[in-house]
Design a binder for this molecule. Sequence first.
Ligand code: HEC
Length: 172
Amino acid sequence: MSRITKAALVVAATLALMAIGAAVFIGLGIYDIGADDHHTRIVLAVITQLRERSIAVRSSSIAVPDLEDGSRLAGGAGHYAALCVGCHLAPGTTKSDLRPGLYPHPPNLAQEEVLDARRAFWTIKHGIKMSAMPAWGKSLNDEALWDIVSFVRKMPAMTPEQYQALLQPHAG
Ligand code: HEC
């Protein structure tokens, strides 16, 4: 047998063993899929990197409309109050029954640093697989999503009173 044939056989045997190992791991139900069982450090590091790179590549060329003029805030706050608070909290809302059981844990967007607009838009529109973050692009149009992005970027600097004022019917 040539050295190349031997090497190829070793690679093939290793791959076959890995496939069998994976099948046994899955078949015996060794993996705990429960949300109260957390990832190991290495798995978490790989998933984090996977999420960061996936979002960075997909969001880099998104054209950002004017988010600063304030006209989007009331609409964004209204959607946020209806759809997001249970998971991401808000000024004056510091806990919810939903959050403790979620893994990955949703960030507290009322305390987060100002989010990058492109990344936030992409994430809100498409959601994040295998997490509780929904793809809101299935139910809201891009204008409504940009309203939310505009609001979410301003929220960390808002007091509970300013937030409540935006939710009044006459706001905006
Ligand atoms: C059922 C829970 C849930 C709801 C409802 C939800 N999210 Fe999320 N969201 C998550 C989770 C969990 C993550 C983190 C996912 C991860 O780390 O992989 C997340 C991540 C995000 C991020 C990324 C934050 C960052 O630091 O990059 C943004 C932005 C976001 N959500 C906005 C929203 C908005 C806006 C709404 C409402 C329109 C919303 N989410 C509704 C669970 C939720």
